[in-house]
Design a binder for this molecule. Sequence first.
Ligand code: COA
Length: 260
Amino acid sequence: MSYQNLLIEQDGSFLTVTINREKALNALNQQTMLELATFFGTDLPKRQDVRGVILTGAGERAFVAGADIKEFLSLEGGDGTEMAQRGHDAFFLIERAHVPVVAAIQGFALGGGCELAMACHLRIASEKAQFGQPEVNLGIIPGYGGTQRLIQYIGKTKATELMMTGDLLNAQEAYRLGLVNYVVAPGEEKAKARELLTKIATKGPLAIAHVIASVNAYFDHQTDGFAAEVANFAAVTRTADFREGAQAFIEKRAANFTGK
Ligand code: COA
């Protein structure tokens, strides 16, 4: 498939996938989500020659600054079920890829961007990277797996605080909390990701695929917190606060939430 918003480059047995919407800080619109699902669900599984993927964003400012808030107001009926479910499906395809996927994070990884980084197997952050789940500023909650994966990575205590306050973490704090594997000098993220993939590529590919599957199995609980998140995300997208949050962002003003 040809992609509008993804750049795919091959370097030996590694692919670099770049989300290419720099003017929107690589925000994940529905087209980009569709393309991520197509790449990880259809194209990558056919590529038995590929031993690893680096996922990054275009430009220096952002990995991904979240779901595309400008599309929020056109959500049909204000119900986010499909939006959240599509994001979950795409991110599970990344998490369940047969080869390692390393996020190279040069700047903002916020909302859906933090969730996308967390769906990757490993994360390399620039010293300038910033992480967070600021959805509450928009009157919503994380909808692409963030309520579940942030707890998996950094624990319930700090994850709950971050999701309630919308506060951001700098790269060193993210490293200290276990959210990222390495912090590197700005501009070195992709090189470090390639170095890591090169080491992993010396190991048995089936062994690596089974490490991925086994790690994923650890989090495969009976109670489906991901399904609960879709339902809860849908509930907040039916509120007036949701529309006010997105409208206020677009109008570059503080939101006036009413609790309705
Ligand atoms: N969706 C859509 N567009 C976005 C976006 C998003 N999530 N994040 C940034 N953009 C756009 C901005 O609207 C702006 O476009 P414009 O030039 O047409 O106005 C452009 O990207 C640059 O962003 P800007 O806000 O001007 O940059 P900044 O340096 O002042 O702030 C951020 C950077 C990341 C702090 C700020 O853009 C932001 O808070 N983004 C939203 C983060 C978020 O809430 N993500 C979760 C969404 S669920």
